[in-house]
Design a protein around this ligand. Structure first.
Ligand code: ATP
Length: 280
């Protein structure tokens, strides 16, 4: 089926419900989408664009276009776009919301086996993006959504871009310093290797059950610490092998960091180990 038909949905087919969250461009609502063929009703999330000037609309739409080309079990699926004002992006709903909040709320009930599962799923999504030569640039638990207690998905492409060259030079604003690789902070260089660094920070957030990375430092102090070789400490209940893995991802030289494909293998082994230990 051509993409044009697939994404051509009508506003009349959607009933908007309560607000799920606040986005950069506007609110994200819960909704119901009634399919024309068969009349099947599905729950969706609808992203709206509040002050949609031409400029903003372009950015908002480019986010949707990026999502439209992706198809992965751990990336939120785009269902459709309504291009006439007010622009709506209709996507798959993840009922349990942001992973960061979910981790904090469910702390005592989350065993390591589940945490490693989340890390592995995010890693698989990132390996998929790397295969498409895409750099995400904003990997953090706040941008991961929980579809079910056993399934998380990458949900935010606000900062991501296709890259033609090896690196993409970014603008200064809205940078998540505490998640960023040194070359991203110093030279605004973003690559799959800097995504690997960020992924390890995200993994640290997961293994510490929702703590803020470097909450004890100010943004401007972070780069000095990194330059001196200081890294995030091992989260209390994190298996040492996984902490060693994170530290490899925090190699100062981007070329020394592991690739996502390797990380997927190591994490799926670690997940099996945790499963076996749990069964004992
Ligand atoms: P930012 O760039 O600041 O992260 P954004 O514009 O990209 O914001 P999102 O983070 O994607 O917006 O969405 C805002 C909030 O809406 C999320 O934190 C989440 O609570 C909710 N939300 C977004 N997408 C979904 C979804 N598919 N299912 C359920 N909730 C969602």
């Amino acid at each position: 089926k051509p993409a044009v038909i697939k994404y051509n949905i009508s506003r009349d087919d959607i009933i908007i419900g309560r607000i799920l969250g606040e986005g950069f461009f506007g609110e994200v609502h819960e909704g119901v989408y009634k399919k024309r063929t068969g009349g099947e009703k599905i729950s969706v999330a609808v992203k709206t664009c509040k002050d949609c000037s031409m400029d903003v609309k372009e950015k908002f739409m480019s986010e949707a276009v990026t999502m439209k080309n992706l198809d992965h079990p751990h990336i939120v699926k785009l269902i459709g776009i309504i291009e006439e004002d007010p622009v709506w992006i209709v996507m798959e709903i993840c009922r349990h919301g942001e992973l960061g909040k979910y981790l904090v709320q469910n702390q005592p009930n989350l065993p390591n086996v589940t945490l490693v599962l989340y890390a592995m799923q995010i890693c698989k999504a990132l390996a998929y993006l790397e295969g498409l030569h895409m750099v995400h640039r904003d990997i953090a638990v706040r941008n991961v959504l929980v579809a079910s207690p056993e399934c998380v998905k990458l949900g935010d492409f606000g900062l991501s871009r296709y890259i033609e060259e090896e690196y993409y030079k970014a603008s200064l604003s809205r940078l998540p310093i505490k998640w960023m690789a040194p070359e991203s902070i110093n030279f605004r260089r973003f690559s799959s290797a800097s995504d690997v660094w960020m992924f390890a920070v995200c993994m640290w957030e997961i293994m510490s059950r929702g703590q803020q990375p470097f909450f004890w430092l100010e943004n401007k102090a972070v780069i000095n610490h990194l330059e001196q070789g200081v890294r995030l400490p091992k989260p209390e209940e994190c298996p040492p092998t996984l902490y060693t893995l994170m530290c490899r991802c925090w190699a100062y030289d981007p070329q020394e960091r592991p690739k996502f494909t390797e990380l997927v293998c190591i994490l799926s082994d670690a997940q099996k180990m945790e499963k076996e230990q749990e069964a004992e």
